[in-house]
Design a protein around this ligand. Structure first.
Ligand SMILES: [Zn+2]
Length: 71
């Protein structure tokens, strides 16, 4: 079985924490890191000029889901 040489994708490190990435969460190592990256994108590219409701405390838990670990 040595003539079936398939080039596997070289495992790239997780762009967030540089750990070994997992295929399931490719290219990240975990769902957490994928989420972090997603949040980065959302915060970075979803810049809406003139937020409709900035002083509205309606979306308190829209962000910060990462740090709040209330049981
Ligand atoms: Zn990671």
């Amino acid at each position: 079985m040595s003539n079936n040489v398939t080039r596997l994708r070289q495992p790239k490190p997780c762009p967030i924490c540089n750990k070994q990435s997992v295929q399931v969460y490719h290219p990240f190592c975990s769902a957490r890191c994928a989420d972090v990256d997603l949040n980065r994108w959302l915060n970075g590219s979803y810049v809406v000029p003139g937020k409709p409701s900035e002083e509205n405390g309606n979306e308190q838990h829209a962000y910060g889901e990462d740090e709040d670990d209330n049981i």
